[in-house]
Design a protein around this ligand. Structure first.
Ligand code: MG
Length: 267
């Protein structure tokens, strides 16, 4: 099941996306549901809208946090000259950095090296703390696609990564959430990033040092996770610069494609 958050002219709504590839009776439409599936039980309203008529929004606005894992792919750690961390390397991105599909990534004037990082994102479905690895599937709502946008120069000079990875618009998410039930295995998903149509990153979650269940368990060992919290799982090799005028797309098999333009900050 693909859960989308969208605007059809008015307030954001939630719905279940049916694509042509599903072979069902209502291709390329969204079945509208009541309320927010992450907040509680919902039911279908009976209304169905064409996917082409809506604007997809970030599928979740994390109430509290986006936790991200750095250097989780050996080849990516190596390309930046870094050692593999002895345990998951966690940092926070503010929830105000989240944007949706098609929204612009804004390059701030403080950086001369804005970069993309295509990543699998985990969306938490239940409040939880100190979750054993084997019970992680119980707390995962689903998965979406993320771009862990980074000012590579500020990451280096600041030491701490909060600013380099925390500017507004630096956490594109989407295009929707695929529920855990619909995507029970995340250990070998292809993660591809293209810049203006040219493939820049072509990895697989099979290359992750710490797998989804390890990561969620680890993060929950130091912070309470809330429904709607998002965990980014690291990026494969091939990171690189993007500049205003570029269009960046991250595709993960079984989930979809997240595309965002890059623009210059005005004023
Ligand atoms: Mg990253």
């Amino acid at each position: 099941m693909r859960v989308a958050r969208f605007s059809h002219g008015g307030e954001p709504q939630y719905g279940v996306v049916e694509l042509a590839e599903d072979g069902g009776p209502n291709p390329e439409t969204i079945a509208v549901v009541t309320g927010d599936p992450l907040a509680g039980p919902v039911h279908y309203t009976g209304e169905r809208v064409p996917l082409a008529d809506v604007r997809l929004l970030a599928p979740v606005i994390p109430r509290s946090k986006v936790v991200a894992i750095g250097r989780n792919y050996a080849a990516h750690a190596a390309e930046l000259g870094n050692e593999l961390p002895p345990q998951p390397l966690a940092f926070l991105k503010p929830n105000t950095a989240v944007i949706g599909p098609g929204e612009a990534i804004v390059r701030p004037p403080e950086t001369g090296d804005l970069q993309y990082e295509g990543e699998l994102a985990v969306v938490i479905g239940r409040i939880c703390r100190r979750v054993p690895v084997e019970r992680v599937p119980e707390v995962v709502f689903g998965y979406t696609v993320a771009n862990d946008v980074t000012c590579r120069d500020l990451q280096e000079t600041d030491g701490q990564w909060t600013r380099a990875k925390g500017f507004d618009t630096f956490c594109p998410l989407g295009p929707w959430i695929v529920t855990h039930l619909a995507l029970p295995e995340t250990d070998d998903l292809e993660v591809t990033t293209t810049l203006n149509g040219e493939v820049k990153q072509d990895g697989s979650t099979a290359q992750m040092t710490y797998k989804v269940d390890d990561i969620v368990s680890y993060v929950s060992s130091f912070t309470t996770l809330l429904p709607g919290d998002v965990i980014l799982t690291g990026t494969p090799a091939g990171v690189g610069p993007m500049v205003p005028g570029d269009e960046v797309s991250v595709t993960i098999t079984g989930i979809g494609t997240l595309t965002n333009p890059v623009i210059e900050q005005e004023g």
